[in-house]
Write a protein that binds this ligand. Structure first.
Ligand code: NAG
Ligand code: NAG
Length: 315
């Protein structure tokens, strides 16, 4: 009996280990454990396409509050595009009960921190090693709280990402907590009352990685004009921030394209590295513009060099 029991325990332990250590199944939403340093316990889910490209690109896709990695996988088109273009999608999952991201504490708001942003970076590093991914084609995108984290990652880890896209977010540092609380909702910012100059917002972003002078991700910012959760003022503030970082004059964009990419929306272009997309009449819940975004990340063939979505010289 004793012997049988220990054999059983041994068998169960081996099965559990095999399950947790098992490589992600191609074509299936899978969980990864044991990917590296993760002090804030962020969940790591992944979609490796069946049609994996050699030296694949990576897209980090970050969920909204009260969302999950699986919910974001289900409501966004990234996994389908992964089968077309062969890239890998990383879906991090917030460890907090409100399932928002920590975009308020120093831990997460700095290059050297050990908060949520640090864990997501470690997921990218793990995936890069595991799949020999192309480190020059790592992208980040997210919705609402996930868009806030997108802006934070672009500021704290500019070297890691080639481009970013935020949907209905706020500038990096706008949820900053005076008390240094983790995962703190900031009504002043959410309600569009954190208004600052382009230069000041740029300074806040740059201070997240002091002294860094290298390349930064090209940024695209989406916001709906009827958003009453994250007020649309945050669109202007976020565009001011990246315009300042890239050295563009926020008040003098290079061009404004009406009815682009959809009718009644408009796209403002400050340079190859910054676009804002204003969605007239759209509320907080915004559909991902898959085709547009695949171009911004450089997956669609950019034969026409005049196409404003196409990346310039790759980093
Ligand atoms: C909310 O964020 C702003 C910056 O956008 C900051 O000045 C303010 O102190 C924050 N509020 C709290 C309660 O920490
Ligand atoms: C958006 O807000 C405007 C101004 O408040 C309002 O007139 C319009 O009906 C709203 N659109 C939608 C689609 O809710």
């Amino acid at each position: 009996m004793q012997y049988f029991l220990s054999l059983l325990v041994y068998a169960i332990t081996c099965t559990a280990l095999a399950l947790t250590r098992r490589a992600p199944t191609p074509g299936q939403f899978s969980q990864v454990t044991d990917f590296g340093d993760n002090p804030t316990n962020v969940g790591f889910y992944i979609y490796v396409p069946q049609n994996l490209a050699p030296k694949p690109a990576i897209i980090v896709a970050i969920h909204f509050c009260e969302g999950t990695a699986e919910a974001y996988y289900a409501v966004t088109p990234h996994a389908q595009y992964a089968e077309t273009y062969g890239f890998i999608v990383i879906y991090p999952q917030s460890p907090y009960s409100d399932r928002c991201w920590d975009v308020s504490s120093q831990r997460s708001l700095s290059h050297k921190g050990d908060g949520n942003s640090h864990s997501i970076v470690n997921m990218v590093i793990w995936t890069t090693k595991q799949y020999h991914a192309d480190t020059s084609r790592v992208f980040v995108t997210g919705t609402s709280s996930g868009a806030m984290m997108t802006n934070v990652l672009a500021a704290t880890h500019p070297k890691l990402f080639a481009a970013g896209i935020s949907y209905s977010g706020v500038p990096a540092g706008c949820y900053y907590s005076e008390a240094n609380d983790e995962d703190r909702w900031n009504f002043t910012c959410a309600n569009g009352q954190s208004i600052s100059a382009s230069k000041h917002w740029a300074h806040i972003a740059k201070q997240m990685y002091p002294g860094y002078e290298g390349p930064r991700p090209r940024m695209r910012i989406y916001h709906g004009s009827n958003d009453t959760t994250i007020y649309p003022q945050n669109y202007y503030e976020t565009c001011k921030q990246w315009a300042g970082v890239f050295g563009h004059d926020y008040d003098n964009p290079r061009k404004v394209l009406n009815d682009t990419p959809l009718s009644n929306w408009h796209k403002t272009i400050w340079g190859k590295d910054l676009q804002g997309i204003w969605a007239n009449g759209v509320g907080h819940t915004m559909e991902i513009q898959g085709e547009e975004d695949m171009e911004w990340f450089g997956f669609t063939k950019c034969a026409n060099s005049k196409n404003e979505n196409c990346p310039g010289v790759p980093k």
